[in-house]
Write a protein that binds this ligand. Structure first.
Ligand code: SAH
Length: 391
């Protein structure tokens, strides 16, 4: 296949030679005028050395590589990519008798920037974070049909909110293959959840907390547990199976509705949930809870908001640390990519000092292996957490 070529400025090839998946617009020396948003392009160094194949975008990240060897981007290409991602998860045993939900494809971590596929018991939610990936949706759907075979029930495109703002008006969320009849119910480590990928946040479920929820269960036996920012109650359900009582808090009424549905689905009777702001809820909760989970939404989405985000993480964690019962356990997370793990650890240390509590770090937590981080793309690491023993 003959793709348009992009030539880089002298010396700008070093990151591509280390397989970093992005080319910034300032690195480009020459580009054909006909190249449009989303077009497949081949990138060459100033000395005409082939560097990789990717797709073009009008923005500061001008090219995102999807291959570092010359290749035609067609259904076979996507089959190979998605099959490799699927086999990797199979090797690790992520999908098994007790778990039929996982991230099937995680952008750069699986070798295609901008592509997210979440697997919900035979239903796949496709999320394109760029126009280049969006244009490939039919080839990707056909590839999914071939990779998953009869296990595949539906593919739902939920890109309207993840495409760049100037492009998302041209799209509408809809099925690309099949459809669902009735509720989608998944099992995660034998806990069941109803997934509303059409109306729910993100692709319908926070698939990235599976291992951390399991760890919470280990520390929740006969404890009083508070799960803040609970969304569909992932942490609550795991904890409630072993705890004395579990309280769940979320500011969204529809999230609490799903959380309640999930407690019923799991036949749990020791839970209570509250539609409330976490900061307001915590106000009068001194010495009530043995275990507190803080899993807020990304407080920082850009570098500009980093400072405010750190202030918010510190305030939230200092409050929880002040109020948690003696010999309590705090599970605290940040999913802001721009707040790296060291900044997060330092922020939590500052919160502990402010709360005047002695803490010990029991665990440093991160995203699970179906959200792979690769050494050529450290930016892929976004979820970090700590488990603290609070004296
Ligand atoms: N822990 C969840 C995911 C959390 S997503 C899980 O495992 O699935 C973040 C959630 O925080 C969203 O459901 C959002 O509605 C909620 N939220 C955002 N701001 C909030 C606030 N100030 N108080 C309480 N909930 C809030």
């Amino acid at each position: 296949m003959n793709y348009s070529n992009i030539i880089l400025n002298k010396g700008k090839e070093t990151s591509s030679l280390r397989f970093h998946p992005w080319i910034f617009s300032g690195a480009i020396a020459k580009k054909e005028n006909t190249v449009q948003e989303g077009d497949i392009v081949e990138v060459y160094s100033h000395q005409n050395q082939y560097l990789g194949t990717g797709y073009y975008a009008n923005g500061s990240i001008a090219v995102r590589f999807i291959s570092f060897v010359k290749v035609t981007i067609d259904e076979q290409f996507w089959f190979n990519k998605i099959n490799a991602a699927y086999n990797y998860r199979k090797h690790l045993g992520i999908l098994n008798k007790s778990t039929n939900v996982c991230r099937l494809f995680f952008g750069e971590g699986d070798g295609a920037s901008g592509l997210i596929l979440d697997y919900y018991n035979g239903n796949v939610v496709f999320q394109a974070h760029s126009w280049g990936i969006y244009l490939q949706k039919q080839a990707i759907t056909n590839a999914l049909i071939n990779v998953l075979g009869i296990a595949l029930k539906s593919v739902y495109d939920k890109s309207a909110e993840t495409l760049p703002k100037q492009l998302n008006a041209q799209t509408k969320n809809d099925y690309l293959f099949g459809s669902i009849d009735g509720d989608v119910i998944v099992s995660e480590n034998n806990h069941v959840f109803k997934i509303d990928f059409i109306k729910g946040q993100k692709t319908g479920f926070f698939v990235d907390q599976r291992d951390n929820r399991n760890l919470l269960a280990q520390y929740s036996k006969n404890k009083t547990v508070l799960n803040t920012f609970c969304y569909t109650g992932g942490f609550s359900i795991y904890a409630a199976a072993v705890a004395t009582t579990v309280h769940s808090v979320d500011s969204s009424a529809s999230a609490i509705e799903l959380c309640n549905t999930n407690t019923q689905l799991n036949n749990l009777t020791n839970t209570q949930s509250f539609v409330m702001d976490t900061f307001d809820f915590l106000k009068d909760k001194k010495d009530v809870y043995d275990v507190i989970v803080l899993d807020p939404p990304a407080f920082a989405k850009s570098r500009e908001s980093k400072h405010n985000a750190v202030t918010a993480y510190k305030r939230l964690n200092a409050t929880a640390l002040k109020y948690i019962k003696p010999n309590g356990i705090l599970f605290t997370f940040s999913c802001s990519g721009v707040v790296d793990k060291y900044l997060f650890y330092n922020t939590i240390t500052a919160a502990a000092i402010e709360a005047k509590r002695n803490v010990r770090v029991l665990h440093y937590l991160h995203q699970p292996p179906d959200h792979p981080v690769t050494p050529n793309f450290a930016e892929g690491e976004y979820l970090k957490g700590m488990v603290l023993w609070v004296e």
